[in-house]
Design a protein around this ligand. Structure first.
Ligand code: 2AM
Length: 216
C-alpha cells in the first residue's frame, strides 16, 4: 500500500476549528514506515484538553454555588456551571498530546509557592454581559503563582494566553438577565495546591478531572 511514497520524516497535520461547545485542535502525526518493501503510514490523533487550576474546598464551593443560584434566579436562561466544575483557571494549556503529560507534571513539580489567601470579592461579566464570573482579589500570592506557572510552562514550550490574566471563576455562560453585577461579602480560603485538570465531554456533560496535584 502507498507504493511510491518515499518520505522518511513523519508528516504532522493540525486541524483547528470551532465546535458549538469550544474551540478545538486535532493534531495528527503520520510516521512513515518502510516494511518488507511496503510503505505504511501510522495514524496517531491526540486530543487531551488540559489546564492548571485551583479547586476550592466545600465551604468556598457552597458560597460560589449560592452566588450561581442567585444569578440563575434572576436570569431568563443560561448555561450555569455545575457545582463540581466551579474552579479558578491559572493557565489554560489546551489540546495536548497525552505523551506530554509527564513533562507537564514535572514542570508543576518544579513550582514552589507559599500558601496564600484567595479572596473572592466581586461579580463581573465578559462577552457583552453573557458570561458571569466571581472575581478574585489580585494580590501578590495569587498573581505571583499564576505568573510562575505560566513562565515555567513557557520555558517548556507551552504557548499560553498573552492576554492579561483576570482571575475569575465562571458561574454561567450565555446568561440572559437584566441583573447587573451586585456587591458581595468577600469570602475565600487558603490555597496550598494546584491541579492539572483534564476537560472532556462525557455523555454530553462537560467534565473536569484533576489528573495531578502539586502541593505548594
Ligand atoms: P472560562 O471559564 O473563562 O471560559 C477550562 O476550559 C477552563 O480554561 C475554563 O476555566 C476556561 O475559562 C479556561 N480557559 C482559558 N482560556 C481558554 C481558552 N482559550 N479556551 C477554553 N478555555 C479557556
Amino acid at each position: 500500500m502507498y507504493e511510491g511514497i518515499h518520505h522518511t520524516e513523519p508528516w504532522r497535520v493540525c486541524i483547528c476549528g470551532q465546535s458549538p461547545a469550544a474551540p478545538y485542535r486535532i493534531c495528527a502525526t503520520f510516521p512513515v514506515v518502510r516494511h518488507k518493501g511496503k510503505t505504511e503510514i501510522k495514524l496517531e490523533v491526540w486530543f487531551m484538553r488540559l489546564f492548571i487550576a485551583v479547586n476550592f474546598n466545600d465551604e468556598t464551593g457552597a458560597r460560589l454555588l449560592s452566588l450561581r443560584d442567585e444569578l440563575s434566579g434572576q436570569s431568563r436562561r443560561g448555561d450555569f456551571t455545575a457545582p463540581e466544575n466551579l474552579h479558578l483557571t491559572l493557565v489554560f494549556i489546551g489540546e495536548t498530546n497525552p505523551k506530554e503529560v509527564d513533562a507537564i507534571k514535572a514542570t508543576m513539580d518544579a513550582i514552589t509557592f507559599a500558601p496564600f489567601t484567595a479572596k473572592i470579592d466581586r461579580l463581573g461579566t465578559f462577552s457583552r454581559g453573557t458570561l458571569w464570573w466571581a472575581g478574585l482579589r489580585e494580590d501578590n500570592g495569587l498573581m505571583g503563582l499564576q505568573r510562575e506557572v505560566e513562565r515555567k510552562l513557557a520555558l517548556c514550550g507551552y504557548q499560553t494566553d498573552d492576554r492579561r490574566y483576570h482571575p475569575h471563576i465562571t458561574l454561567g455562560r450565555e446568561v440572559a438577565t437584566d441583573a447587573k453585577p451586585w456587591p458581595i461579602e468577600p469570602f475565600g480560603e487558603t490555597v496550598g495546591k494546584i491541579d492539572l485538570m483534564k476537560s472532556e465531554r462525557i455523555g454530553g456533560k462537560l467534565t473536569y478531572t484533576a489528573i495531578y496535584t502539586k502541593i505548594g
